[in-house]
Ligand binder design. Sequence first.
Ligand code: 13P
Ligand code: SF4
Length: 304
Amino acid sequence: MTVAEMQNEIMRLKAERDVCILAHCYQAQDILEVADYVGDSYGLSVQAAKAKQQTVVMCGVRFMAETVKILSPEKTVYLANAMAGCPMAEQMDKDYIAEVKKQYPDHAVVCYINTTAALKTICDVCVTSSSAVKIIRKLENPNILFIPDCNLGDYVQKQVPEKHLTLLKGGCPTHAGVSEQDTLSMKTLHPNALLLVHPECRPEVVAQADFVGSTSAIMEYAKRSDAKEFLIGTEMSIAEHLRYECPEKRFYPLAKRLLCVNMKCTTLPDVLAAVSGEGGERIELPEDVLTGARRCIDKMIELG
Ligand code: 13P
Ligand code: SF4
Protein backbone atom coordinates (compact mmCIF):
# COMPACT_ATOMS: atom_id res chain seq x y z
CA MET A 1 0.00 0.00 0.00
CA THR A 2 1.23 3.53 -0.71
CA VAL A 3 1.16 6.23 1.98
CA ALA A 4 -1.90 7.80 0.32
CA GLU A 5 -3.73 4.45 0.15
CA MET A 6 -2.97 3.80 3.81
CA GLN A 7 -4.17 7.27 4.77
CA ASN A 8 -7.41 6.78 2.80
CA GLU A 9 -8.01 3.43 4.49
CA ILE A 10 -7.40 4.98 7.93
CA MET A 11 -9.90 7.78 7.16
CA ARG A 12 -12.49 5.21 6.00
CA LEU A 13 -12.00 3.00 9.07
CA LYS A 14 -12.09 5.97 11.44
CA ALA A 15 -15.60 6.86 10.25
CA GLU A 16 -16.80 3.24 10.08
CA ARG A 17 -15.49 2.28 13.55
CA ASP A 18 -16.09 5.62 15.36
CA VAL A 19 -12.42 6.21 16.12
CA CYS A 20 -10.70 9.46 17.08
CA ILE A 21 -6.97 9.77 16.36
CA LEU A 22 -4.98 12.04 18.66
CA ALA A 23 -1.39 12.84 17.67
CA HIS A 24 1.36 14.61 19.58
CA CYS A 25 3.20 17.29 17.56
CA TYR A 26 6.35 15.11 17.51
CA GLN A 27 4.67 12.55 15.24
CA ALA A 28 5.57 12.31 11.57
CA GLN A 29 3.73 14.37 8.95
CA ASP A 30 1.91 11.35 7.42
CA ILE A 31 0.37 10.64 10.85
CA LEU A 32 -0.55 14.29 11.55
CA GLU A 33 -2.49 14.30 8.25
CA VAL A 34 -4.91 11.58 9.45
CA ALA A 35 -5.28 12.88 13.03
CA ASP A 36 -8.46 14.50 14.37
CA TYR A 37 -6.39 16.59 16.74
CA VAL A 38 -2.69 17.48 16.92
CA GLY A 39 -1.22 19.24 19.93
CA ASP A 40 1.00 19.39 22.98
CA SER A 41 0.41 17.26 26.07
CA TYR A 42 -2.03 19.75 27.59
CA GLY A 43 -4.05 20.14 24.40
CA LEU A 44 -4.20 16.36 23.96
CA SER A 45 -5.52 15.80 27.47
CA VAL A 46 -8.21 18.46 27.10
CA GLN A 47 -9.17 17.10 23.68
CA ALA A 48 -9.27 13.54 25.04
CA ALA A 49 -11.95 14.56 27.52
CA LYS A 50 -14.01 16.22 24.74
CA ALA A 51 -13.79 13.52 22.04
CA LYS A 52 -17.22 12.12 21.11
CA GLN A 53 -15.94 8.90 19.54
CA GLN A 54 -16.03 5.64 21.50
CA THR A 55 -12.49 4.62 20.58
CA VAL A 56 -9.33 6.73 20.77
CA VAL A 57 -5.99 5.89 19.16
CA MET A 58 -3.11 7.83 20.72
CA CYS A 59 -0.10 8.46 18.48
CA GLY A 60 2.40 9.57 21.09
CA VAL A 61 3.88 7.91 24.16
CA ARG A 62 2.39 5.74 26.90
CA PHE A 63 1.67 8.39 29.53
CA MET A 64 -0.41 10.25 26.92
CA ALA A 65 -2.56 7.18 26.22
CA GLU A 66 -2.91 6.59 29.98
CA THR A 67 -4.11 10.19 30.39
CA VAL A 68 -6.81 9.60 27.76
CA LYS A 69 -7.95 6.43 29.56
CA ILE A 70 -8.01 8.21 32.94
CA LEU A 71 -10.13 11.05 31.56
CA SER A 72 -12.46 8.74 29.60
CA PRO A 73 -12.48 5.35 31.34
CA GLU A 74 -15.58 4.30 29.38
CA LYS A 75 -13.69 4.62 26.08
CA THR A 76 -11.53 2.03 24.37
CA VAL A 77 -8.06 3.56 24.20
CA TYR A 78 -5.14 2.28 22.15
CA LEU A 79 -1.51 3.35 22.20
CA ALA A 80 -0.68 3.02 18.49
CA ASN A 81 2.73 1.42 19.17
CA ALA A 82 3.17 -0.47 22.44
CA MET A 83 6.93 0.24 22.45
CA ALA A 84 6.44 4.01 22.70
CA GLY A 85 7.29 4.89 26.29
CA CYS A 86 8.73 8.16 27.60
CA PRO A 87 12.04 7.46 29.39
CA MET A 88 11.48 10.44 31.70
CA ALA A 89 8.09 9.06 32.77
CA GLU A 90 9.78 5.80 33.76
CA GLN A 91 12.59 7.40 35.82
CA MET A 92 10.65 7.62 39.10
CA ASP A 93 8.10 5.11 40.33
CA LYS A 94 5.40 5.36 42.97
CA ASP A 95 7.35 3.52 45.72
CA TYR A 96 10.39 5.77 45.31
CA ILE A 97 8.36 8.98 45.45
CA ALA A 98 6.33 7.68 48.42
CA GLU A 99 9.67 7.44 50.31
CA VAL A 100 10.85 10.89 49.13
CA LYS A 101 7.53 12.44 50.23
CA LYS A 102 8.24 11.36 53.82
CA GLN A 103 11.21 13.77 53.85
CA TYR A 104 9.00 16.68 52.76
CA PRO A 105 5.75 16.31 54.72
CA ASP A 106 4.89 20.04 54.38
CA HIS A 107 5.33 20.11 50.57
CA ALA A 108 2.63 19.90 47.91
CA VAL A 109 3.65 17.25 45.36
CA VAL A 110 3.42 18.44 41.77
CA CYS A 111 4.20 16.01 38.96
CA TYR A 112 4.86 16.68 35.31
CA ILE A 113 2.29 14.92 33.11
CA ASN A 114 5.27 12.84 31.84
CA THR A 115 4.82 10.35 34.72
CA THR A 116 3.07 7.00 35.06
CA ALA A 117 -0.61 6.81 36.01
CA ALA A 118 0.40 4.90 39.17
CA LEU A 119 2.72 7.71 40.31
CA LYS A 120 0.03 10.34 39.71
CA THR A 121 -2.13 8.64 42.38
CA ILE A 122 0.16 9.97 45.14
CA CYS A 123 0.64 13.50 43.73
CA ASP A 124 -1.53 16.55 44.45
CA VAL A 125 -1.69 17.95 40.94
CA CYS A 126 -0.01 17.36 37.60
CA VAL A 127 1.15 19.99 35.13
CA THR A 128 2.28 20.18 31.52
CA SER A 129 5.01 22.37 30.09
CA SER A 130 2.36 24.89 28.98
CA SER A 131 0.49 24.99 32.31
CA ALA A 132 3.21 24.50 34.96
CA VAL A 133 3.90 28.16 35.75
CA LYS A 134 0.21 29.12 35.90
CA ILE A 135 -0.76 26.15 38.10
CA ILE A 136 2.15 26.41 40.54
CA ARG A 137 1.53 30.12 40.97
CA LYS A 138 -2.06 29.31 42.00
CA LEU A 139 -1.21 26.69 44.63
CA GLU A 140 -1.69 27.70 48.26
CA ASN A 141 1.32 25.83 49.61
CA PRO A 142 4.60 27.79 49.17
CA ASN A 143 6.65 24.54 49.32
CA ILE A 144 6.52 22.28 46.30
CA LEU A 145 8.15 18.93 45.60
CA PHE A 146 8.32 19.01 41.79
CA ILE A 147 8.94 15.73 39.92
CA PRO A 148 10.58 14.39 37.79
CA ASP A 149 12.06 17.06 35.45
CA CYS A 150 14.60 19.30 37.23
CA ASN A 151 15.04 21.47 34.11
CA LEU A 152 11.35 22.27 33.86
CA GLY A 153 11.39 22.72 37.66
CA ASP A 154 14.26 25.20 37.42
CA TYR A 155 12.40 27.16 34.73
CA VAL A 156 9.21 27.30 36.85
CA GLN A 157 11.20 28.34 39.95
CA LYS A 158 12.60 31.34 38.04
CA GLN A 159 9.11 32.37 36.86
CA VAL A 160 7.52 31.88 40.30
CA PRO A 161 10.16 33.06 42.80
CA GLU A 162 7.61 33.33 45.62
CA LYS A 163 7.42 29.50 45.76
CA HIS A 164 10.13 27.17 46.95
CA LEU A 165 10.56 24.19 44.63
CA THR A 166 12.44 21.08 45.75
CA LEU A 167 13.75 19.29 42.66
CA LEU A 168 15.01 15.75 42.04
CA LYS A 169 17.46 14.65 39.36
CA GLY A 170 15.09 13.59 36.59
CA GLY A 171 14.66 14.86 33.07
CA CYS A 172 14.33 14.22 29.37
CA PRO A 173 17.41 12.55 27.87
CA THR A 174 16.64 14.13 24.48
CA HIS A 175 16.32 17.76 25.60
CA ALA A 176 18.95 17.53 28.36
CA GLY A 177 21.43 16.31 25.73
CA VAL A 178 21.74 19.82 24.25
CA SER A 179 24.64 21.72 25.79
CA GLU A 180 25.39 25.40 26.27
CA GLN A 181 28.21 24.98 23.75
CA ASP A 182 25.82 23.50 21.11
CA THR A 183 23.64 26.55 21.60
CA LEU A 184 26.49 29.07 21.36
CA SER A 185 27.79 27.37 18.20
CA MET A 186 24.39 27.40 16.51
CA LYS A 187 23.85 31.06 17.47
CA THR A 188 27.22 31.93 15.91
CA LEU A 189 26.31 30.01 12.77
CA HIS A 190 22.87 31.68 12.50
CA PRO A 191 23.25 35.10 14.15
CA ASN A 192 19.88 36.41 12.90
CA ALA A 193 17.86 33.44 14.10
CA LEU A 194 15.55 33.60 17.12
CA LEU A 195 16.10 30.80 19.64
CA LEU A 196 12.88 29.01 20.69
CA VAL A 197 13.32 26.31 23.34
CA HIS A 198 11.31 23.79 25.33
CA PRO A 199 11.65 24.15 29.14
CA GLU A 200 12.93 20.55 29.32
CA CYS A 201 16.25 21.94 28.04
CA ARG A 202 19.06 22.69 30.50
CA PRO A 203 18.90 26.05 32.35
CA GLU A 204 22.04 27.33 30.55
CA VAL A 205 20.30 26.70 27.20
CA VAL A 206 16.97 28.17 28.36
CA ALA A 207 18.84 31.28 29.58
CA GLN A 208 19.85 32.09 26.00
CA ALA A 209 16.34 31.71 24.52
CA ASP A 210 14.18 34.39 22.94
CA PHE A 211 11.09 32.29 23.71
CA VAL A 212 10.44 29.34 26.04
CA GLY A 213 7.32 27.22 25.60
CA SER A 214 5.62 23.89 24.95
CA THR A 215 5.81 22.18 21.57
CA SER A 216 2.57 23.81 20.34
CA ALA A 217 3.56 27.19 21.79
CA ILE A 218 6.89 27.07 19.93
CA MET A 219 5.06 26.34 16.66
CA GLU A 220 2.53 29.12 17.22
CA TYR A 221 5.27 31.62 18.11
CA ALA A 222 7.29 30.79 14.99
CA LYS A 223 4.25 31.02 12.72
CA ARG A 224 3.19 34.42 14.09
CA SER A 225 6.67 35.96 14.33
CA ASP A 226 7.92 38.43 11.71
CA ALA A 227 11.43 36.91 12.02
CA LYS A 228 12.66 34.77 9.14
CA GLU A 229 15.07 32.35 10.87
CA PHE A 230 14.67 30.21 13.98
CA LEU A 231 16.74 27.78 16.03
CA ILE A 232 14.36 25.17 17.43
CA GLY A 233 15.31 23.74 20.82
CA THR A 234 12.97 20.78 20.96
CA GLU A 235 12.54 17.44 19.19
CA MET A 236 13.55 17.88 15.56
CA SER A 237 10.11 17.06 14.14
CA ILE A 238 8.99 20.55 15.20
CA ALA A 239 11.57 22.18 12.91
CA GLU A 240 10.45 19.80 10.12
CA HIS A 241 6.74 20.62 10.55
CA LEU A 242 7.50 24.33 10.63
CA ARG A 243 9.47 24.11 7.37
CA TYR A 244 6.44 22.46 5.81
CA GLU A 245 3.97 25.02 7.19
CA CYS A 246 6.09 28.16 6.67
CA PRO A 247 8.17 27.54 3.53
CA GLU A 248 9.23 31.21 3.42
CA LYS A 249 11.03 30.91 6.80
CA ARG A 250 14.12 28.95 7.86
CA PHE A 251 14.16 26.50 10.78
CA TYR A 252 17.20 24.74 12.22
CA PRO A 253 17.10 22.07 14.98
CA LEU A 254 19.30 23.31 17.83
CA ALA A 255 21.28 20.04 17.84
CA LYS A 256 21.41 16.88 15.72
CA ARG A 257 20.76 14.70 18.78
CA LEU A 258 17.33 16.27 19.40
CA LEU A 259 15.62 13.05 18.38
CA CYS A 260 13.16 11.14 20.57
CA VAL A 261 13.24 7.54 19.32
CA ASN A 262 10.17 6.74 21.39
CA MET A 263 8.08 9.38 19.67
CA LYS A 264 9.44 8.22 16.32
CA CYS A 265 8.67 4.50 16.70
CA THR A 266 5.00 4.96 15.74
CA THR A 267 4.48 4.56 12.00
CA LEU A 268 1.51 4.97 9.65
CA PRO A 269 1.12 1.13 9.40
CA ASP A 270 0.91 1.08 13.25
CA VAL A 271 -1.90 3.63 13.09
CA LEU A 272 -3.71 1.60 10.41
CA ALA A 273 -3.40 -1.56 12.52
CA ALA A 274 -4.67 0.21 15.65
CA VAL A 275 -7.64 1.81 13.83
CA SER A 276 -8.51 -1.62 12.37
CA GLY A 277 -8.55 -3.08 15.89
CA GLU A 278 -5.68 -5.39 14.95
CA GLY A 279 -2.73 -3.60 16.51
CA GLY A 280 -1.54 -1.17 19.12
CA GLU A 281 -1.93 -1.78 22.84
CA ARG A 282 -5.32 -1.49 24.51
CA ILE A 283 -4.77 0.54 27.68
CA GLU A 284 -6.32 -0.92 30.84
CA LEU A 285 -5.73 0.53 34.30
CA PRO A 286 -6.89 -0.77 37.72
CA GLU A 287 -9.86 1.06 39.26
CA ASP A 288 -7.82 2.59 42.11
CA VAL A 289 -5.25 3.96 39.64
CA LEU A 290 -8.00 5.42 37.44
CA THR A 291 -9.59 7.20 40.40
CA GLY A 292 -6.34 8.35 42.06
CA ALA A 293 -4.74 9.66 38.89
CA ARG A 294 -8.01 11.29 37.77
CA ARG A 295 -8.00 13.50 40.88
CA CYS A 296 -4.50 14.70 39.98
CA ILE A 297 -5.37 15.39 36.30
CA ASP A 298 -8.75 17.00 37.09
CA LYS A 299 -6.93 19.42 39.39
CA MET A 300 -4.63 20.32 36.49
CA ILE A 301 -7.59 21.01 34.18
CA GLU A 302 -9.35 23.04 36.91
CA LEU A 303 -6.29 25.24 37.59
CA GLY A 304 -4.83 25.28 34.07
P1 13P B 1 4.66 19.23 25.37
O1 13P B 1 3.64 19.26 26.46
O2 13P B 1 5.34 20.52 25.21
O3 13P B 1 4.08 18.71 24.13
O4 13P B 1 5.83 18.26 25.83
C1 13P B 1 5.72 16.87 25.82
C2 13P B 1 7.02 16.24 25.71
O5 13P B 1 7.16 15.08 25.92
C3 13P B 1 8.13 17.10 25.33
O6 13P B 1 9.26 16.37 25.21
FE1 SF4 C 1 9.80 11.86 26.87
FE2 SF4 C 1 11.74 13.53 26.16
FE3 SF4 C 1 10.65 11.93 24.34
FE4 SF4 C 1 9.29 14.02 25.34
S1 SF4 C 1 11.14 14.07 24.08
S2 SF4 C 1 8.52 11.92 25.03
S3 SF4 C 1 10.02 13.99 27.47
S4 SF4 C 1 11.84 11.30 26.15
